[in-house]
Structure formats: structure tokens, C-alpha cells
Design a protein around this ligand. Structure first.
Ligand SMILES: *[C@@H]1O[C@H](CO)[C@@H](O)[C@H](O)[C@H]1NC(C)=O
Ligand SMILES: *[C@@H]1O[C@H](CO)[C@@H](O)[C@H](O)[C@H]1NC(C)=O
Length: 381
């Protein structure tokens, strides 16, 4: 009798398990279903090429709508006269001691000039020969812990309409809790979605998404072409943004940091207005989320978390205007932080940057050959 019972239990367990995997398969298939068919080269790709993660606070629905109505519409199906030429992109090799080579200031300067020239001349080029099918997905991350009922209801309504909110029930959403938030969001996204790259932005950031994706595709193509050359070394993983290596540790005010004693300044990090990470780096963060030290600032934390890895390619790019104050407006800026809803509409309508910016905030190339305190003195004229 006992034996029979355990056999029955066994069968039930097996059946439940098979049913479970069946359901999981279906769910995964649903997720991987071809995207809606859209004229150009896009659609039917199982994976998301780029995830756009916007950190947004519960009450900022209007900001989210401004983003939905402007730069998120620069989806790939509207673009790509031609991909950005791979030869104009830098991709580091490993040096003799297993360190990734760094990009010199002179080269950063040349690359910016080449980009500006390409931009001028690329208007009339044809479609790329080998167009890749890519899919982009965006999510607004919002913590919903202890939210009032009215605001929760608003969020559910917004979710019903757009289905693009990443609601985090275990996160208490305050401005001073962004490190927790990025960690939770990255955890969920990495475990839920396939993707190759993730861009993190705030809800007051404007991204020239078409340009960014175009270049990211070329970067990714180049990486695929070069893959073999890396041999037994790990492939470089992208950490793309505007870096600072000599920010002083905040000892007062809202961002006061109690626990940063590893170095005199924050280790180099990409400023939080917007930065791109390749999937493996998100995995690394997600896999280690239980043992990472959380610091007051989210962007500082990411920089420090990735500090010891030898396969991180830190791409410092003056086209990321991602500091706390916007810099002087430049037509080549592709990620623009601290933009109001009105400015977003204007940029979308063709204005180069909108707003005057602060000419006192200097723009620089990053000197990786020097110690971090001398990182940032080579100014972009
Ligand atoms: C930050 O969020 C976490 C959960 O993500 C929560 O446990 C914690 O209380 C929050 N801290 C503050 C200061 O709000
Ligand atoms: C993270 O963990 C998953 C599951 O164990 C593993 O497949 C993946 O390779 C890990 N990634 C990194 C970068 O450590």
C-alpha cells in the first residue's frame, strides 16, 4: 500500500513537472514570438537587442508619456540609411598582461571628428547590405512598496494602457534609494529577458535612440567579426557612457556617503544620466547582488561593482551629456540628461539639443593612461 502510494506520488510529481515545463515553454515561446511585422528590416527576432531601462518615480506619468511620445518612437524601423562604419569604432585588444588596451585621448578626439563628418555625409546613403533584425524593448522601473491606493490605481491603469512598467513590489521608491532600485530592476530584467545590451536612463533623459542603436549594432557586428581574435580571453563587455575618475566622495548633503573608504575618490564610473551595459555585466551584477556593497549613488555603485573585471571595455564618450547639469549644447550629443518635457518635444521636432546648457561645465576626453586624479583635463574644444 505504502509502495503504491509513493508510486502514485511519483507519477503525480512527474506529471506536474512536465506540465510545468510545458507551460514554461509556452510562456517562453510567447515571449519569443515574432514582433509585429513592420516594413523595414526589423521584426521576427527572438531576442531583444537593446533593453531601455528608465528609472522613473511613481508620480511621473507625464514624464513617461513625454518619453513615450518622443524618443522611444525613434525605433529602428524608422532609421538606418546605413550602419555606422565598423572601422570608425574602437574595440580594444588584450595587452600582454591580460589587460584590455585603453583608448588614447588622441584617438578619442579623432573618433569624435570622424563621427561628425560621417553624420554630415551619411544623409544620402542606401540601406545597409546586411541588415540585422533587431528588437528594442523599454521598461519604466517603479517601486510600489507602501504606495497609496490612488497612485497604485493610476499605475495599474497606466500599465493596462502601455504594458511597459516594471513594477517592483519590494522596493520603496525614493530618490535616495536608487542603488537598491537599479539592483532590483537589473535582477528582474536579467532573469526575465534575453537581451544583448541595456541602457539605463532617468526619466529626464533624452536619447537619440536611432543614432545610438545604429552605432551599437555596428559595435556588436564588429565584436562578432573579431570574436575569434580574442582566443581564450573573455570577450570585451561594454560599459559605455561619460566617465569620471576623480569625483570627490560626498561627506555632506543628500548624497552623503558613509561607507566609501576603498579609495580617496569614487572609482571611475559612467555618470548616471545614461549608460550602456552589455548583458554579461548585468548578469555579473545580478548574480552577485547579494554580496555587492551598495553605495549612496547608483552610478558610483555600478562603477565600483565593475572595477575589478578585466573584460570591461569602458568607452568614454563625450557625446553622452549625462552629468547633473547639461553641458553646452552640441549637435553631436546623443544622450542628453536634465531635459524637461518641453525640451524633449523640441529635440524630437528637430532641435539639436534645446536649452542653453552650462558652458561652465567642461567637456573632456578621458585619459586612461594617467592616474584617475588626472583623468579629465583634456577638453573637447
Ligand atoms: C530602499 O528600498 C528597499 C527595498 O528595495 C527598502 O527595504 C528600504 O527600506 C528602502 N530604503 C529607504 C531609505 O527608503
Ligand atoms: C550568472 O548566473 C547564471 C546562472 O547560474 C550563469 O548561467 C551565468 O553564466 C552567470 N553569468 C555571469 C556573468 O556570471
Amino acid at each position: 500500500m505504502r509502495r503504491l502510494k509513493s508510486v502514485v506520488t511519483f507519477i503525480v510529481v512527474i506529471a506536474a513537472f512536465s506540465f510545468g515545463s510545458f507551460i514554461t515553454k509556452i510562456l517562453i515561446l510567447v515571449e519569443k514570438c515574432p514582433a509585429e511585422h513592420s516594413g523595414l528590416h526589423v521584426a521576427t527576432h527572438a531576442d531583444n537587442f537593446l533593453l531601455v531601462l528608465v528609472l522613473s518615480s511613481p508620480r511621473n506619468m507625464e514624464q513617461r508619456n513625454a518619453i513615450r511620445g518622443t524618443w522611444l518612437r525613434l525605433s529602428p524601423r524608422h532609421i538606418f540609411h546605413s550602419y555606422y562604419p565598423e572601422e570608425l569604432l574602437y574595440l580594444p585588444n588584450y595587452g600582454p598582461n591580460g589587460h584590455l588596451e585603453i583608448e588614447l585621448v588622441e584617438h578619442q578626439e579623432i573618433r569624435l571628428k570622424e563621427y561628425i563628418n560621417w553624420k554630415k555625409s551619411s544623409k544620402n546613403l542606401h540601406s545597409p547590405k546586411r541588415a540585422r533584425k533587431i528588437k528594442v524593448k523599454h521598461m519604466f522601473a517603479i517601486g510600489t512598496m507602501q504606495l497609496g491606493k490612488a497612485i497604485q490605481d493610476n499605475l495599474y491603469r497606466e500599465q493596462g494602457k502601455h504594458n511597459d512598467l516594471l513594477l517592483l513590489p519590494n522596493h520603496y521608491d525614493t530618490y535616495y534609494n536608487l542603488t537598491e532600485k537599479i539592483l532590483q530592476a537589473m535582477n528582474v530584467l536579467t532573469q526575465t529577458f534575453e537581451f544583448s545590451y541595456l541602457i539605463k536612463v532617468d526619466d529626464d533623459t533624452y536619447v537619440k535612440l536611432d543614432t545610438l542603436i545604429n552605432e551599437l549594432i555596428s559595435y556588436d557586428n564588429k565584436l562578432l567579426h573579431k570574436e575569434r581574435e580574442y582566443g581564450t580571453n573573455p570577450l570585451p563587455q561594454l560599459y559605455w557612457g561619460y566617465f569620471n575618475g576623480r569625483a570627490t566622495i560626498k561627506l555632506h548633503g543628500q548624497w552623503k556617503e558613509y561607507n566609501y573608504y576603498l579609495s580617496k575618490n569614487y572609482l571611475p564610473y559612467a555618470l548616471g544620466g545614461g549608460y550602456v551595459l552589455s548583458r554579461k555585466l548585468c548578469e555579473y551584477i545580478s548574480n552577485n547582488s547579494q554580496i555587492l556593497s551598495l553605495y549612496a549613488s547608483e552610478d558610483v555603485s555600478v562603477g565600483t561593482w565593475l572595477a575589478p573585471l578585466r573584460n570591461v571595455y569602458r568607452w568614454h564618450d563625450p557625446r553622452f551629456d549625462t552629468a547633473f547639469l547639461p553641458r553646452k549644447c552640441k549637435s553631436y550629443h546623443i544622450v542628453l540628461h536634465k531635459r524637461s518635457m518641453e525640451m524633449m518635444a523640441q529635440i524630437f521636432d528637430g532641435k539639436l539639443c534645446s536649452g542653453t546648457g552650462h558652458s561652465s561645465v567642461l567637456e573632456y576626453y578621458y585619459d586612461w593612461t594617467k592616474t584617475a586624479d588626472k583623468c579629465c583635463d583634456n577638453l573637447v574644444p
